[in-house]
Design a protein around this ligand. Structure first.
Ligand code: ADP
Ligand code: ADP
Ligand code: ZN
Length: 228
């Protein structure tokens, strides 16, 4: 990149926000709307746990208590996925980075690939509302579409709008005790990244207490601007 081009061909976005802020919900919408790839370290770690890999074995208990998995494990998993060819068209980082060390590692990985983070979007929410969001969350087992008992029910009870499956999952760590620990970890280790990206001039804040579609409109406008 020589810095003289006017149109970016790829947007690489970081979605920042506490558990329940809507990162996964919004990442899926941006994936559909802009052909970007959602890269969720939470999903990658849950897949590693399910597959019983060494990384998964090390991560399982940490995730169950709501603490952060070690930077080494998370960065290694992320690096592998980011190296796959589909990521070249632009990535939405969902739940990564979560520590300063991860943010620095991400900058280095992007630079190696001749790329950079176009925008870091902070989904701004009230902690108090996050327990309700997380306690009511469930996901389609067929396609991964996210739902909520009160805020986003399937149009037909018990049937996924997207793929028609009638099987749904609830995460083991989506319980009130673990949520409290996850929010604590967010404030101690992840919230400082808002300043990290602010200093780099790529930070955008969005009111994520608004309805899902309203938040989505704000994010779409940010991505359109990044690609203009
Ligand atoms: P995160 O990935 O940040 O942990 P999710 O996208 O999984 O969050 O959202 C958490 C839960 O809250 C899900 O059940 C989702 O359907 C619901 N949700 C997401 N965004 C909103 C919103 N703006 N208003 C109400 N509920 C929401
Ligand atoms: P949420 O956004 O609802 O907190 P995630 O699916 O992003 O959920 O993460 C679930 C759990 O996986 C976290 O509580 C943490 O234990 C682990 N995890 C996910 N991403 C990271 C990361 N980047 N660094 C460390 N741990 C992570
Ligand atoms: Zn589905």
């Amino acid at each position: 990149m020589d810095g003289t081009t006017t149109a970016q061909t790829a947007a690489n976005l970081v979605l920042l926000g506490p558990p329940g802020a809507g990162k996964g919900t919004q990442a899926r919408k941006l994936e559909e709307g802009f052909g970007l790839i959602q890269l969720s370290t939470g999903d990658l770690l849950r897949a590693a746990v399910a597959a019983g890999t060494e990384a998964g074995k090390a991560a399982k208990a940490v995730m169950e208590r709501g603490d952060l998995v070690s930077d080494d494990i998370v960065i290694a998993i992320l690096r592998d996925r980011l190296g796959e060819p589909d990521c070249a068209n632009g990535v939405i980082f969902d739940g990564f980075p979560r520590t300063a060390a991860q943010a620095e590692a991400l900058d280095a990985l992007m630079a190696e690939a001749g790329s950079s983070i176009t925008s870091a979007i902070s989904l701004e929410v009230d902690d108090a509302a996050m327990v309700d969001r997380i306690s009511g969350r469930f996901t389609c087992a067929g396609c991964g579409e996210g739902y909520h008992d009160s805020f986003k029910q399937p149009a037909k009870d018990g049937v996924c709008d997207n793929c028609g499956s009638s099987e749904f999952n609830r995460r083991a760590d989506d319980n009130a005790e673990t949520v409290a620990q996850r929010l604590k970890a967010y404030h101690a280790q992840t919230a400082p990244l808002i300043a990290y990206y602010g200093e780099r001039g790529v930070l955008k804040g969005v009111d994520a207490m608004a309805q899902i579609d309203t938040v989505s409109e704000s994010l779409t406008a940010i991505v359109q601007e990044a690609l203009a």
